[in-house]
Design a protein around this ligand. Structure first.
Ligand code: NAG
Ligand code: NAG
Ligand code: NAG
Ligand code: NAG
Ligand code: NAG
Ligand code: NAG
Ligand code: NAG
Ligand code: NAG
Length: 317
């Protein structure tokens, strides 16, 4: 029995099964002026459904709200100095299954936790692990070993908000690409007198894209404060590893930051391939402000499928 439990535990952290997700938080009361603020953390991840019993979901799992997907296999940890973490304690990533697809072989879930965090705290939280499901990667180490020191391969020009990027780096197939998905928690009171609520972005992973097409993928973004929002490619920075081994690994993908639209050129890709897209959504006081209040990750897969066979398929413009 112990052996089986251990097997399931490792099955959820050591093998190729991650499909992406998002992490966000919000103050329960954005005008709370106490010394500690109740903050709700929301984690939402997608997994390969067939991978193991800990990622398996069917209608019973949803109705019973049990078992949790990947419970006990990882945590959302504070990645900054402990003294800055405002009494945050690491949260388990185990989540209620909310949806599944047999065709896409995916299980999707979500979990909410509320913690009391010191007023004014600023820190980063992240969930890291391995591996993404087998995908095209820019991390082409020998014998599939991970190289953690460099994302490599990408070249791009960054303007104030829109990053135009033509990566050519996703050249090898990897079943060991690590993920890192995180956000900044920022309870600083805004210039306009309340605590910020970060944006919320949602996407279904994987997204099917026909081979040899130009496809616009718009990520719906909602900001409870009505702030100006913008999307950019995730990056590895000194304060937060926003993308693990899949930084800017969607070759030929171009982001329009203002409307959070990724235009993906699948020319030269191969049916069956997966590409990971790691983006960050930021909110700003207004369109002429360039320091974000917050940033939240949205990570998903593009799955290359054959050209549409149905001749009556509606045109998407
Ligand atoms: C939020 O906090 C403020 C300040 O403590 C309080 O006056 C207000 O009633 C609270 N709002 C809610 C909805 O609890
Ligand atoms: C918090 O806000 C409430 C309502 O605005 C106010 O009555 C109270 O004095 C404030 N408390 C502190 C510690 O500033
Ligand atoms: C869901 O899966 C469990 C475990 O494999 C099984 O016992 C149950 O009958 C399934 N329920 C449905 C509705 O398929
Ligand atoms: C954590 O909470 C304790 C008691 O509630 C408080 O004394 C301490 O300052 C807090 N620590 C941080 C880092 O906010
Ligand atoms: C947060 O603090 C409130 C009182 O300030 C307390 O009632 C509540 O149980 C605390 N919540 C957690 C999750 O510690
Ligand atoms: C936290 O928010 C404040 C504005 O409310 C902003 O000036 C600051 O840069 C933010 N901190 C981080 C780490 O993003
Ligand atoms: C996004 O914005 C760009 C340029 O601003 C525009 O060309 C494109 O049609 C927009 N896409 C959507 C889905 O609104
Ligand atoms: C898509 O990529 C192909 C191959 O790199 C290139 O020839 C083509 O011009 C691109 N299409 C667009 C619209 O950018």
């Amino acid at each position: 029995m112990i052996v089986i439990i251990l097997f399931l535990y490792f099955a959820c952290i050591e093998a190729s099964h991650f499909y992406g997700g998002t992490v966000t938080w919000k103050p329960m009361n954005n005008t709370d002026n106490g010394s500690s603020i109740a903050v709700m953390f929301t984690q939402s991840y997608q997994w390969s459904r067939s991978h193991s019993s800990s990622t398996y979901c069917n209608q019973s799992t949803i109705v019973n709200q049990s078992p949790l997907l990947c419970a006990g296999s990882g945590t959302l940890v504070c990645t900054t100095a402990a003294s800055t973490c405002g009494n945050y304690t690491a949260l388990d990533i185990g989540e209620y299954c909310t949806d599944f697809s047999v065709v896409a072989d995916s299980s999707s879930g979500q979990i909410f936790h509320v913690e009391n965090i010191t007023a004014g705290a600023e820190f980063y939280v992240a969930y890291t692990g391995s591996s993404w499901i087998g995908l095209q990667s820019s991390t082409c180490g020998s014998s599939g070993k991970k190289k953690r020191h460099s994302s490599g391969g990408g070249s791009g020009t960054t303007t104030k908000r829109t990053t135009v990027l033509t990566t050519t780096g996703a050249t090898c197939y990897s079943t060991s690409a690590a993920w890192s998905i995180g956000t900044c928690v920022n309870l600083t009171v805004r210039p306009d007198g309340f605590i910020n609520t970060p944006p919320v972005a949602t996407v279904i992973s994987p997204i099917d894209v026909s081979v040899d097409t130009l496809t616009a993928i718009t990520i719906p973004v909602i900001d409870a404060d009505g702030d100006y929002t913008s999307c950019r490619w995730a990056q590895k920075t000194a304060t937060l590893d926003e993308c693990g081994d899949v930084c800017q690994s969607a070759p030929g993908g171009v982001i329009d930051g203002d409307n959070c639209t990724l235009t993906f050129n699948s020319t030269g890709t191969v049916v069956g391939q997966h590409y990971a897209v790691a983006l960050m959504v930021e909110d700003f006081y207004d369109q002429s402000t360039y320091t974000p209040f917050s940033r939240v990750p949205i990570q998903f897969l593009i799955h290359i499928v054959g050209a549409a066979v149905c001749p009556l398929q509606p045109q998407i413009s």
